[in-house]
Design a binder for this molecule. Sequence first.
Ligand code: UDP
Length: 369
Amino acid sequence: MKYDYLIVGAGLYGAVFARQAMDAGKKVLVIDRRNHVAGNVYTEDVEGIHVHRYGAHIFHTNSRRVWSYITRFAEFNRFTNSPVANYKGELYSLPFNMYTFNKMWGVVTPEQAAAKIAEQRREITGEPRNLEEQAISLVGRDIYEKLIKGYTEKQWGRDCRELPAFIIKRLPVRLTFDNNYFNALHQGIPMGGYTRMVERLLRGAEVRLGCDYFADRPRWDALADRVVYTGPIDAYFGYRLGTLEYRSVRFETELLDIPNFQGNAAVNYTDRETPWTRIIEHKWFEFGKDDRGNDIPVTVISREYSSEWKPGDEPYYPVNDAKNSALYQQYKALAEQERNVIFGGRLGEYRYYDMDQVIAAALERFEME
Ligand code: UDP
């Protein structure tokens, strides 16, 4: 065998695994069907702006281990995510905090806000059974109707009563004036872009781009002792038990000849009528400056349209409802029988992983080797 590991997919999981393997003296070959590395964290330079081509990625973690690891490969800026919600032209602060409650109800003190939420959550008795009940029990019906329902149904293409409660628990609810979207010890955007960070992770690896694993599987498999597969788990098995569902996203990206379109990196459109879920204005991830610290006179925006994944589309989000989770368990059982294959990452493990969780998972998986 020529390589110890064939790594299918040059995204974050594959790149971290490759780095660890190389540091342990292993030989790795990394392949990706795209013509670039970095998977969905890929950033592309447009007029000095690092454009997040497959959707916005904001790094945040509570793990000291992950933070000290990843900062070896990039310096992070002080970006703090604080999206604005636009509901039919009314603007609200996110995540749900005192600024949001003040705008929604005119309340001024935390006590008044807590009382308002307590009054509205009374309609939920017992343990919340789905996203709608979970949301109302966290923040009450008014916020649910204006800031959650439309956005969530657009993003997932499903009724909030059919979605799992855990999705909404990703968002903090605070009785303080704090627009920081994440409860994380560390947060930021890698200076110079995610692509450069991944290139550094992969330094020294043999990387072949534009190579489809499935086009010639026996040939690829013959090259290495073990395979690290980071694509969709159902695709690996030829969809033999049926297809897992994913949500896909279509991006409409525009370069505008103005310096400032929306004054913030992310604006979420939380009503049902607006067809896009959010607009990202990429330059604000880096305070409107290029890599040399100069102001950029133009701007790049991406409107995101959420859609049901179908073959040929890019899968972005696993749909972790009961039906798909059950099917995933069946695929996982098949995966466990593939002795020489490691399944990793959002698609390989069918999990709504954040970047830091992906890094932690890859580090831990390599340690088990
Ligand atoms: N969400 C919402 N309104 C918003 C933002 C988020 O209702 O303005 C809900 C929605 O259900 C979404 C979930 O919170 O699926 C998690 O949002 P997050 O921002 O973590 O999603 P991501 O950035 O991964 O797309």
